[in-house]
Design a binder for this molecule. Structure first.
Ligand code: NDP
Length: 678
């Protein structure tokens, strides 16, 4: 019996009556039905707001990061269940690897970002605070906090797992309950992934709901604190983002739509260079991975007119080796499109693109999908077109055939190539293949305003390149204009998209209380014992030590020069130093730093386990022979990464001179032991 997919709404699985039949992309056999029942979206939102949100905010950034890590591990342990279901979407094993393991890797990457780059608690201090008045008592800073709303993630059909996870990970980290709506065509795979995630028992209740089928009145019910993300066609993006309720309430709408991504072969890459081969490989790879159903795939290959014949020959030779068919067969390198309707859509777009242009490679070149029942599948021949006059064509720059389809666009000089790339009116990614540094620099400056990511490929980067078409968790994914105008991924940036920024003004003491991070000028916490003698839990933000003083002598400078080997003229050459803006010899900045450590360190063994670095170091004023320095060490920030034995403590260090002027300023980062368990 064909299974009926279910939505997961308000903590329950919903769906017993069959709705739309979803067929295998490989052989047309039934895979699943959607369910016919309509979810109650008022109930879904109420559940997210009243159950999901409090449960998520009960945790903090660090705990949510730990959950993402465990979830990634769980999905990898059960990945074969997903691989088994992925085949019917038309994906080969390596296509599915991008989707399934790429999705789990994205969860793991966001776990790392959360744990390393976010604080404990649910507030990010985007400092430093700025003094706003001549008197010390008034300052301003920025904070980022969870939006206290729900996010609706609407996804495309091409990456049923990765699409869900790359949006879920940063929004979960930011503390937003999520309602995920996969594209119907491949929703059986997303449903299986959500079941795995929920069954793991790791997620707080209400953190993730799933909608199979339409979204009904969901968008009409969203509120000011909510958000929507969308991946799919530019037309749907335009329709959804103009939803009256979203517009009226200024609900953020992040779109990632189809784009006419380009790859440019620069003039230095003649057929005898390794770059020429790299271009051919990259183009064919992008045409055939996921049967070209990638929002990032190369749709326009912009190449020197002088290399056109050589390129056509090389690409034809490579494409003719691509075996198309049932991904279950070992020989198969390219699978099917996701559905018959996509197959029709791509055929229509190819016909539009072919009008007035030439076919370099296509169905006539031996296209015969392998496998049983494939005539009922959704296969499409790799198709390479040639538009000889791309400057006067509109269609090649705005018609996207979402399949294994690309068009060669010849240019006469590189400025023309860059102008052609810009005709896409905004793309997710462009690749520039060149081994010439000036060309690369020119291309980046020209392409960046209209491209979300620029990939420079040459013999040096090739071995490690992650490829034109791969969005990475740590780099921005999304592009301007036609590509939707949105941004996803990009490391911490993606989490910040789901947080709300506010400026906060007040006294440094109040800013310290509000941000949980010491702001200079705030009241100090004086204790009898040295701050290094306290365990992690005992330390208070603002706890401080004002050290004894030390007068810097010439002997200090000479000794430090001898130890470090730093004989810079400012420290050792009297006449040269006299002629400098300082007018005299001064101490090494690193001596001041080292001397400050000597002033504030408590030498005996204690809870401070290690000093692992410095941040924001500035030598603000010179220290001359005879100056007297003093340090103030203040507990600035504590991060509890939920390790049983230690936490991270950042200390604010101010070094000042005998006039009380700041001479050096920095944070030191330490690991501090927690109290031993009783
Ligand atoms: P659509 O834009 O039609 O659909 C994308 C998502 O939006 C799907 O989940 C779809 O759901 C949903 N959706 C559609 N209409 C509504 C609505 N009125 N309210 C709420 N949700 C809605 O794209 P397709 O997936 O059909 O693909 C069409 C084209 O989009 C492709 O040919 C390609 O050009 C482009 N595309 C771009 C991608 C990208 O990553 N940028 C990825 C995939 C496709 P449902 O499936 O239920 O209709």
């Amino acid at each position: 019996m064909t299974p009926i997919l279910q939505s997961h709404i308000a903590g329950r699985w919903l769906g017993a009556q069959p709705g739309q039949l979803l067929a295998s992309a490989v052989n047309g056999r039934p895979v699943a039905h959607t369910h016919a029942e309509s979810p109650d979206f008022a109930e879904a939102l109420h559940h997210a707001r009243t159950v999901g949100l409090p449960a998520l905010l009960e945790l903090d950034f660090q705990r949510r990061a730990a959950i993402l890590k465990a979830l990634a591990r769980h999905l990898l342990e059960h990945k074969e269940r997903l691989y088994a279901l992925s085949a019917a979407t038309g994906a080969t094993r390596s296509d599915s690897w991008i989707d399934i393991e790429g999705g789990a890797a994205t969860l793991a990457a966001y776990a790392g970002i959360g744990s390393n780059e976010l604080p404990s608690g649910n507030l990010v201090h985007e400092g430093p605070a700025l003094p706003l008045a001549k008197q010390a008592g008034f300052a301003g800073t920025h904070v980022l906090v969870p939006r206290h709303g729900v996010v609706v993630h609407i996804n495309a059909f091409n990456f049923p797992v990765w699409g869900l996870l790359e949006k879920f990970a940063p929004s979960f980290l930011a503390g937003m309950p999520c309602i995920a709506k996969p594209a119907t065509a491949t929703s059986w795979l997303t449903e299986a992934c959500v079941r795995l995630m929920l069954d793991a028992g790791l997620l707080p209740p209400g953190a993730l709901q799933l909608v199979i089928g339409g979204t009904g009145d969901l968008l009409d019910r969203l509120e000011e604190t909510d958000a929507v993300t969308f991946t799919g066609s530019a037309d749907t993006a335009a329709k959804l983002r103009s939803n009256v309720n979203l517009v009226r309430r200024s609900v953020p709408f992040n779109a990632e739509a189809d784009s006419l991504n380009a790859a440019l072969l620069a003039p230095d890459c003649t057929p005898d260079t390794p770059e020429f081969d790299l271009f051919v490989k990259e183009l064919v790879r992008e045409m055939t991975v996921k049967a070209g159903q990638k929002c990032t795939a190369i749709r326009r290959a912009i190449v020197p007119r002088t290399q056109l014949d050589a390129l056509c020959t090389a690409v034809r030779a490579r494409l003719s080796k691509v075996t198309v068919g049932d991904p279950a067969l070992e020989a198969v390198r390219m699978g099917a499109l996701a559905s018959r309707s996509q197959q029709r859509d791509v055929a229509e777009r190819v016909a539009q693109l072919a009008a007035g242009n030439e076919l370099v490679f296509g169905e006539r070149d031996g296209f015969a999908p392998l496998g049983e029942g494939v005539s009922e599948g959704s296969f499409c021949a790799p198709t390479l077109l040639l538009c000889r006059d791309p400057l006067s064509s509109e269609r090649v720059h705005d018609t996207e055939a979402f399949g294994p389809v690309s068009t060669l666009l010849p240019y006469d000089d590189f400025d023309e190539a860059l102008a052609l790339a810009a005709r896409g009116r905004g793309s997710l990614v462009a690749t520039v293949v060149t081994h010439d540094r000036a060309t690369a620099a020119e291309a980046v400056a020209s392409l960046a305003p209209l491209h979300g990511r620029i990939h420079i490929l040459d013999r040096e980067s090739a071995a490690g390149s992650t490829g034109h078409g791969s969005p990475l968790p740590s780099l921005k994914h999304g592009g301007p204009g036609r590509a939707g105008g949105g941004e996803e991924l990009g490391g911490l940036r993606a989490v910040k998209h789901y947080l709300q920024r506010a400026a906060v003004q007040g006294s440094p003491t109040m800013l310290t209380a509000a941000t949980g991070e010491f702001v200079r000028g705030a009241a100090h916490v004086e204790q009898e014992r040295h701050p290094f003698r306290y365990h992690f839990e005992e330390l208070a933000i603002g706890q401080t030590l004002l050290t004894h003083r030390r007068t810097v002598s010439e002997a200090d400078i000479v000794a430090f020069g001898g130890i470090s080997g730093d004989y810079f003229y400012m420290h050792f050459d009297e006449p040269a130093a006299a002629a400098s803006p300082f007018g005299k010899r001064i101490a090494h900045g690193y001596f001041v730093l080292s001397a400050a450590a000597g002033l504030f360190v408590s030498p005996a063994p204690g809870p401070v386990l290690a000093n692992y670095g410095l941040d924001t170091l500035r030598f603000v004023k010179p220290v001359a022979i005879g100056d007297t320095i003093q340090a103030r060490l203040t507990c600035k920030r504590k991060i509890d990464r939920n390790k049983p034995d230690q936490g991270v403590v950042a200390w604010d260090v101010e070094v000042s001179n005998q006039q009380g002027e700041l001479v050096a300023s920095y944070d030191i980062l330490t690991l501090v032991a927690k109290k031993p368990a009783a």
